[in-house]
Ligand binder design. Structure first.
Ligand SMILES: [Cu+2]
Length: 468
């Protein structure tokens, strides 16, 4: 049996105890989902998969597609998605980055009851603001089985010009069942360990910290390994918008393209002043949109290289019309300009989240004292206090990372300011790295705030942000 500790134990930590689902334990009334018939409807079936790059019996997919089918809607539309659970476990869907009404946020036992095997659930939300998002299961380690897909909310009036676009979903791929890192403490004897290559990197043996990361079978771009890369065909003179999604569970990628610089136009879906970079790195849950100007004919590789893993890069091919399809793509050079958060300037107003905050949390990110759990300010979820805020407040969270590994911290239900950018996921670098986020408390409810490294989340690196 797969461990779903984060799922089954979550309710215990909630205000109101086991019954603390979408109820109203603090007297705060969450926003209602949009009423009336949806402008667009989609159906997604979550089921064990057959159509994958690998041969894993533990791959679970939406509509048997890896990545899941693209959901594309227009800005402002009311979207209905009917999820049918054909899995042997309970599940849910989270609309990562989109500030939906609390009851639609898809965190089992926090914002909804889990969707039981054989059951279905109708999600409804307004597609606003526009941007590059993704959807994924928020139950246990299901994301690492392949339950994720892109969600694109098209702008009415983009702030950058382009002729065509491609969505590029990056993922890490397991050939066996994902296991919680806690099992690593038992010398690989846990369930689901069959057939796994390698082992824990680190662990407490020898005094090393447990920097658990699974041994992935490979990295994929749009569900395809580097031996069979997706091809993005372009014509000379075009400007191409590439929507990059890091849908992985535990991989930070460095992304670059042969022969072309990126003009970064959006961070986590939100428009930024276009800024040029040869490469960018992004952690699990982050997205960047990049414009590429097709002014260098040929066949070029777009490579996404794991920053901390040893797996081969995921690869795509940028091919100009008329180029032979048997030409080997030219790999990226070692460009010098890597995007930094400080390069990002939000196009939108940051009114309400500039100036001094009404409330500040100082949170240390660290390894738990037992050597495998992960803590926020010394507390390991679900044995962790909620962070209480009030509607209308400007809330600041200062994070300091006392561990050597990066933590991609994600806030549900809200965008936040980081530097001069607006995002929903921020990587706090290891070795005393710091990041500060500011957000306006404008979406009442109980919201998850957690590390988007799935194995850190599962090992306790989460809190509930609670409106009181
Ligand atoms: Cu983490």
């Amino acid at each position: 049996m797969a461990g779903l500790a984060g799922c089954t134990s979550l309710a215990d930590s909630l205000p109101g105890g086991d019954s603390g689902l979408t109820g109203d334990p603090t007297g705060v009334t969450p926003r209602a989902p949009p009423s009336g018939p949806p402008d667009k409807t989609f159906e997604l079936a979550a089921a064990p998969g057959t159509d994958t790059v690998g041969v894993s019996p533990s791959t679970w997919l939406y509509d048997d597609a890896f990545s899941g089918p693209e959901i594309r809607v227009s800005e402002g539309e009311v979207v209905g998605v009917s999820l049918t659970n054909e899995l042997p476990d309970e599940t849910s869907i989270h609309w990562h980055g989109l500030p939906v009404a609390n009851a639609m946020d898809g965190v089992p036992n926090l914002t909804q009851a889990p969707v039981e095997p054989g059951d279905s659930f109708d999600y409804r939300f307004r597609a606003d603001p526009p941007g590059t998002y993704f959807y994924h299961s928020h139950a246990g380690l299901q994301l690492d089985r392949g339950l994720a897909g892109p969600l694109i909310v098209a702008e009415d009036e983009p702030h950058v010009d382009y002729d065509d676009e491609f969505v590029i979903v990056l993922d890490d791929y397991l050939s066996s069942e994902p296991r919680p890192s806690a099992n690593e403490a038992e010398a690989g004897s846990g369930p689901g360990g069959r057939g796994r290559g390698g082992g824990p990197r680190g662990g407490m043996r020898g005094g090393m910290m447990n920097d658990y990361r699974p041994s992935y079978a490979g990295m994929v771009m749009n569900g395809r390994g580097s031996g069979d890369p997706p091809v993005f065909e372009v014509s000379e003179g075009e400007r191409i918008r590439l929507r990059f999604v890091n849908a992985s569970s535990a991989t930070t990628f460095r992304v670059s393209s042969g022969g072309h610089a990126f003009e970064i136009s959006h961070a986590d879906g939100r428009p930024v002043e276009p800024v040029s970079a040869d490469s960018f790195t992004f952690g699990p849950g982050e997205r960047y949109d990049a414009i590429v100007t097709a002014n260098n004919p040929g066949t070029w590789a777009i490579d996404a290289t794991p920053v901390r893993g040893s797996e081969p890069s995921a690869r795509g091919v940028l091919r100009y019309a008329g180029e032979s399809d048997d030409r080997t793509p030219t790999a990226p050079g070692t460009g010098s300009r890597t995007l930094q958060y400080d390069d990002l300037r939000a196009v939108e107003s940051i009114n309400g989240i500039d100036g001094s905050p009404d409330r500040t949390f100082d949170l240390a990110l660290s390894q738990g004292s037992d050597g495998y759990s992960w803590a926020i300010d010394g507390q390991v979820f679900p044995d962790a206090d909620p962070l209480d805020i009030r509607e209308g407040e400007h809330v600041r969270i200062r994070m300091r990372n006392h561990s050597p590994v990066p933590h991609p911290m994600h806030l549900h239900g809200h965008f936040f300011r980081v530097g001069d950018a607006v995002k929903d996921t921020v990587v706090v670098p290891g070795r005393m790295g710091e990041e500060t986020i500011d957000f306006k408390a404008d979406n009442p409810g109980n919201w998850f705030f957690h590390c988007h490294n799935l194995y850190h989340l599962e090992a306790g690196m989460a809190r509930v942000i609670r409106y009181v």
